[in-house]
Every structure is written in C-alpha cells, then in structure tokens.
Design a protein around this ligand. Structure first.
Ligand SMILES: NC(=O)C1=CN([C@@H]2O[C@H](COP(=O)(O)OP(=O)(O)OC[C@H]3O[C@@H](n4cnc5c(N)ncnc54)[C@H](O)[C@@H]3O)[C@@H](O)[C@H]2O)C=CC1
Ligand SMILES: O=C([O-])CC(=O)C(=O)O
Length: 347
C-alpha cells in the first residue's frame, strides 16, 4: 500500500468530527505547525507499527523513537520513509531526556503484554514501575506534553501518571489521556458487522475504563441506528469487553493486540495533534480525570483542543442494561484507580 493511501485512511477515520475544508488545510504539511511526537517503547509489538503510522502523519515534523532495546534498527528503518518528519532513535536511559525534550505529544506503549490466562491487572507488577519512571522523565523534560497512555493496566497506569505529575508539581489534567480508542475501534467493527452497515459511517461511544466489564460500549447511542435485538446487543457488548482477550488467545502466548492497537493509537494521537493545531470539534473517547461519575477517572467522549482536553462530555442517555453495566463496573474501576494512586504514594 502506498504511503498516500495509508495517510488518507487515517484522514478518513477522523472525518466524522472535521469538515472537509479543514482537512484540506490540516493535511497539507506546508500549513501544519512544527510538532514533535515521542514514542516510548517504540521497538515493541505496538511501538513499531505505531512508529510507522506516526511517520506517515503529515502533522508530525519530528518523531523521537525511544526504547531500552532495539531502537536503532527501528529508527533507521522508519527514517527512510519519504514523509515530512525527521526521525531520531534513542536507545539508552541517558538519552530519554533528549528524546522527550520539546515533545508536544508523548505516546507510551512501553511495558509487558498479557499471555493467555492473565488479566490486565496481572501486568501491574512490572508495568507500574516502568510507567512511573517514564512519567518522572516526562515531568522533568516535557511537562507540557500531552501524554497518551497505552501501557496496561490503563485503569491504574493513568492514575500512576497523575500521581507522579502531582508529586513533581506539574500535573495538568488537560494533558493526560488513557488510550481507549481500541475499544471504540472494536465496537465500531463488531456493530457494523452485525447491523450490516458501512463501518466508515459507524459511531459508538465506549465509556468506563479499559479492562473487562469496565469497558462499556453504549450501543444504544450507536449510529447509524439499527434494529438489533437485546441478545445481539448483549453479545456485541461482551465481544467488545473481551476483544483484548480474543486476540491474546489467538496469539497463544505471543502477546496481545499490536496492529489494531497501533492503528487506534495513531488515530488518537492524530486527534490530539489536530486539537493542538486548533481544529474544531475533535471528539474521541478517552480515560481522563473526570467528574461525570463519582470516580476520579473515567472514559467518555472528550473534546480535544489547543490545550489538550477542552471538555469532558456527558454520558448521554443510557439503556437500562447500560445503566446496570455502569453500576457494575464502578467497584472494579475504583479499586484499580486506588491501586495506581497507592503505588506512587507508598514508593
Ligand atoms: N491501551 C490499549 O488498548 C492496549 C494496551 N496494550 C498494552 O501495551 C503495552 C505494550 O504492548 P506490546 O507492544 O505488545 O509489548 P512488547 O513487549 O511487544 O513491547 C513493549 C516494548 O516496551 C519496551 N520497554 C520496556 N520497558 C521500557 C522502558 N522502561 N522504557 C522504554 N521502553 C520499554 C520493551 O523493550 C518493548 O520493546 C502492554 O502493556 C499492553 O498490555 C496493548 C494493547 C492494547
Ligand atoms: O488485552 C490486552 O491485554 C491488550 C489490550 O488492552 C487490548 O487488546 O485491549
């Protein structure tokens, strides 16, 4: 596939929230401002295809690829692609500061993935420490960057990042995002298949968090409308909640979703860049600091703008099953958030 057709694919994925007139301007590299994006964990299963997709994004002018292993090869490879951004690889911890300095957006897919039989929470032991040390570096070298947290368990790693930034006096809730876009990508795909509608036209908000039942797709708000039975909606909900596990089991010990996650991460980072550049009506779902429920962090639709998070949008009206799902997810989400907070406060 030619680079041009992949970038047009990224373009189309966001077309719902942007006017065609804006798109013509935003995707002309001459008009786009300088933007640096850093990827931490760039040589991993997600990191590599995500690096490729961000290299294809004309809104990026500098791309910093950081990993503790394997970065030189990935950076050399990606750097040969004839698109706008200048690519640099950073391989050792002492180079992390340079990788981060001047970044507008930092994407974090660093950490271990699941194997069959594990929950996302089982990754906490290893990934909490990785995320904490990376966020300490972000606080030091690019405290104003938008942070896109991919590393699991997202329900805990986002609170970890918030606590680290608070402890360093640089926390700004408008700059921290848990990436839940893959849940939306899955909900759209599964809904389009069942409703037999064009997937490019589909919108489905997904709220809550990013693990099991904390993932709550709102199919009652899905568009275009379709006359699906309660049984169909239940099955779609379960498949969306178990989407990660479906991939983990299919990969049979060789990791979790990487390609679809790279796509989802690229879509969300692109939305962040569009918002920073002043595009109107950039709306995505994300796990952010929130007051839409009693929980301090929650995923819902958010509006992105020049300062990052401009507005956390409400949940809209929920079906009875969705209302039950919302109440059911709260205890697990609450304890995952508290676990992340406690990890930083006790260390
Ligand atoms: N938010 C979401 O929807 C999703 C999140 N994930 C999560 O993303 C994470 C990464 O998954 P994969 O890429 O498949 O794993 P992977 O093991 O293939 O890659 C992880 C990369 O992180 C690097 N790394 C480890 N410690 C690091 C550090 N301190 N600094 C920089 N890099 C470091 C490793 O060297 C490796 O290259 C996992 O925690 C996984 O659960 C995966 C899919 C979806
Ligand atoms: O399931 C996993 O471990 C990876 C993940 O978060 C996803 O694919 O949604």
């Amino acid at each position: 596939m030619k680079a041009a057709s992949l970038t047009s694919l990224l373009r189309r994925s966001n077309a719902a929230s942007t006017s065609p007139c804006f798109l013509r301007r935003a995707f002309s590299s001459e008009a786009a401002p300088e933007r640096k994006v850093a990827i931490l964990g760039a040589a991993g299963g997600i990191g590599q295809p995500l690096s490729l997709l961000m290299k294809l994004n004309p809104l990026v002018s500098r791309l910093a690829l950081y990993d503790i292993a394997g970065t030189p090869g990935v950076a050399a490879d990606v750097s040969h692609i004839n698109t706008r951004s200048e690519v640099k690889g950073y391989a050792a911890e002492e180079q992390l500061g340079e990788a981060l300095e001047g970044s507008d957006v930092v994407i974090i897919p660093a950490g271990v993935p699941r194997k069959p039989g594990m929950t996302r929470d089982d990754l906490f032991k290893i990934n909490a420490g990785i995320v904490k040390s990376l966020c300490e570096a972000i606080a030091k070298y690019c405290p104003n960057a938008l942070v896109n947290m991919i590393s699991n368990p997202v329900n805990s790693t986002v609170p970890i990042a918030a606590e680290v930034f608070k402890s360093k006096g640089v926390y700004d809730e408008r700059k921290l995002f848990g990436v839940t876009t893959l849940d939306v990508v899955r909900a759209k795909t599964f809904y389009a298949g069942k409703a037999k509608v064009n997937v490019a036209d589909v919108n489905v908000p997904v709220i809550g968090g990013h693990a099991g039942i904390t993932i709550l797709p709102l199919f009652s708000q899905a568009t275009p409308k379709a006359n699906l039975s309660d049984e169909d909606i239940k099955a779609l909900t379960k498949r969306t909640q178990d989407g990660g596990t479906e991939v983990v089991e299919a990969k049979a010990g060789k990791g979790s979703a990487t390609l679809s996650m790279a796509y989802a991460g690229a879509v969300f980072a692109d939305a962040c860049l569009k918002g920073l550049n002043g595009a109107p009506d950039v709306v995505e779902c994300s796990f952010v600091q929130s007051t839409v429920t009693e929980l301090p962090f929650f995923a819902s639709k958010v509006r992105l703008g020049k300062n990052g998070l401009e507005e956390v949008l409400g949940l809209g009206s929920l079906s009875d099953n969705e209302k039950q799902g919302l109440e059911a997810l709260k205890p697990e989400l609450k304890s995952s958030i508290e676990k992340g907070v406690a990890f930083v406060r006790s260390s």
